[in-house]
Every structure is written in C-alpha cells, then in structure tokens.
Design a protein around this ligand. Sequence first.
Ligand code: SF4
Length: 216
Amino acid sequence: MRPLKKEALRYLGYGSNAASDSVNAMIDECERELSALPTVRYIYRIFDGVSVSDDVVTLGGVEFKSRGLSEHLSGCERAAVLCATLGSAADMQRLRLERFDMSRAVVMDAVQSAYIEKVCDDACAEILSRVQSEGLYLTSRFSPGYGDMALSYQSVILRMMDAQKRIGLTCSDSFMLTPQKSVTAIAGITADADRCGGDVKCARCPAREMCRFARA
Ligand code: SF4
C-alpha cells in the first residue's frame, strides 16, 4: 500500500480494520484531485553556525528557547529550516466539500494531512541529497508546538524565511498557520547516521543505494 494512503487511513482511524472499497476509492480520488493543485509549495534554508546549549538554540541569529529542540539538535552545527504548504486552494477544496458532501470532506481532510507530510518528506529528501555529498545526514523534523517549543515560534520561523512573500504562508494571532495544511519545522544536519532516516523514509531516500545505514 502507498505510504500516503496508509497514513490517510491511519488519520481516519482505521487501525487494524480494513476500510471499505468505497472509502479506498474516495482516498484515491482525493489524492488525484490534490496532486493537481498548483499551490503546493515548500521552501527551506540551511543555516551554518548553529549553537546549542541546555535549553536555547541559536540559529540564523534567532534564539529558540526550548529544551526539546536543544536535545533534538544536540551535536548539530548546521540545521535546515523548512516551510511547506498545500496552499489556499486546498483549504477551498475542503470547505467546498464540507458544504455538499461531509463524508468526502472528512476523507479529503485526512488525505490532505497525509499529503502535507509527504511534501515535507520530499523537501527533506532534497535537503538530504545536498548534504550527503559531505557525508552528513538529516535528523527528523521538530516543529513549534512539539514538547516545550512554543507555538509562537511559528511566526518567528515565517519571518526568518520570508514565507508570506515567498509561498503565501502566514499565521494568526493564536499562531495557527494559514493556509491550514502547512508545516514549519527545523531538522538538524548531523554526521551521526544513527539519527538519520526518521522523517526522510529510507525507502524513498535518494542516497539509499549507497547508504549502509538504510533501513528496510
Ligand atoms: S537511506 Fe536512510 S539512513 Fe541512509 S541516508 Fe537515506 S534516510 Fe538516511
């Protein structure tokens, strides 16, 4: 089963139970509609000179106060900051369905949630392919709202990446992202191969053929 479909089924609450043929067909249709959207975009930037202390990470001249992020980036002198969005067309697609076909809207919501993770995975695979030539790896992603990292860092990341201008990504006063199906995240760049292969699934990794740490 495609990873995106598996993830969408998980969001819909199908654990070990099989979904009906009609739900499976609806997921496939929603994925097809979504892949035709012109507004899916991501941007990233690799920062050198990252400093990590007990509970403060300094990156790109900005201080992030979070013990969780510090632990996540421990030993990393470089890090990648990522912003990704399915765009406003995805929100409109979902809102339109909510008016006319609620069950399809629920499926679309799950497929969109899985799809934005796939977009982030694609971005991380691209970053990884850039740093691999230097024998480096990428840790999994860490986002505002994880652990003790305040959600307010959404706006800090958006500003440092100029995300509103570049991909139309903003956040509200309560730091919710708009468009809704969007992600901001930070991933460490590390020489430690054991920390690789988290979000960048080995199965889709551009370095898989040559990597002795590739997981099944
Ligand atoms: S194959 Fe897996 S462990 Fe190796 S570089 Fe790719 S993601 Fe990392």
